[in-house]
Write a protein that binds this ligand. Structure first.
Ligand code: ZN
Length: 151
């Protein structure tokens, strides 16, 4: 586990940019999920991003999460980070992470330092770029829509 960095530090900004590019170039959990219970597609016409999130549930747990899509580095990296974080988690915990990530995108320093968000903390700088917020949010919005299928 990495130490909690100060997101205003220049070296942290560089580290975070590297992490975003790493998830963009080597996306985790990308590809079709044959036995998915839900499939949520989203588009961000402002940037041309496309994301589809597929979830498989095991009772009240997100057993598997995968995504497909194309678009900017922020949109694709965010989807990669999201699927990595919610796989295997109870649905309530996945929803709590989505709520926390929404706070991060609204500029919450507390959320930006929350270790539960893992690599997704690298997207905290997006809060200062309002035009890119929808790029980072779309995979998580798709997750939330998918989780609602459980209720
Ligand atoms: Zn985008």
């Amino acid at each position: 586990m990495r130490p909690t960095p100060n997101p205003t530090d220049a070296s942290v900004t560089a580290l975070y940019q590297e992490l975003i590019l790493d998830h963009y170039r080597r996306p985790r959990n990308k590809g079709p999920l044959a036995d998915a219970d839900v499939h949520v597609a989203r588009k961000n016409p402002l940037c041309g991003d496309e994301i589809d999130v597929q979830l498989r549930f095991d009772g009240d747990r997100v057993a598997e999460a995968k995504f497909g899509g194309r678009g900017c580095a922020i949109s694709q990296a965010s989807a990669s980070m999201m699927t990595e974080l919610v796989r295997g988690k109870p649905a309530a915990e996945a929803q709590a992470l989505a709520d926390r990530f929404t706070e991060l995108l609204r500029g919450s320093a507390d959320a930006a330092a929350d270790a539960r968000l893992g690599d997704a903390r690298a997207l905290s700088g997006v809060a200062r770029l309002p035009v890119r917020v929808p790029c980072a949010a779309m995979a998580w919005k798709a997750l939330e829509e998918g989780l609602r299928a459980l209720k």
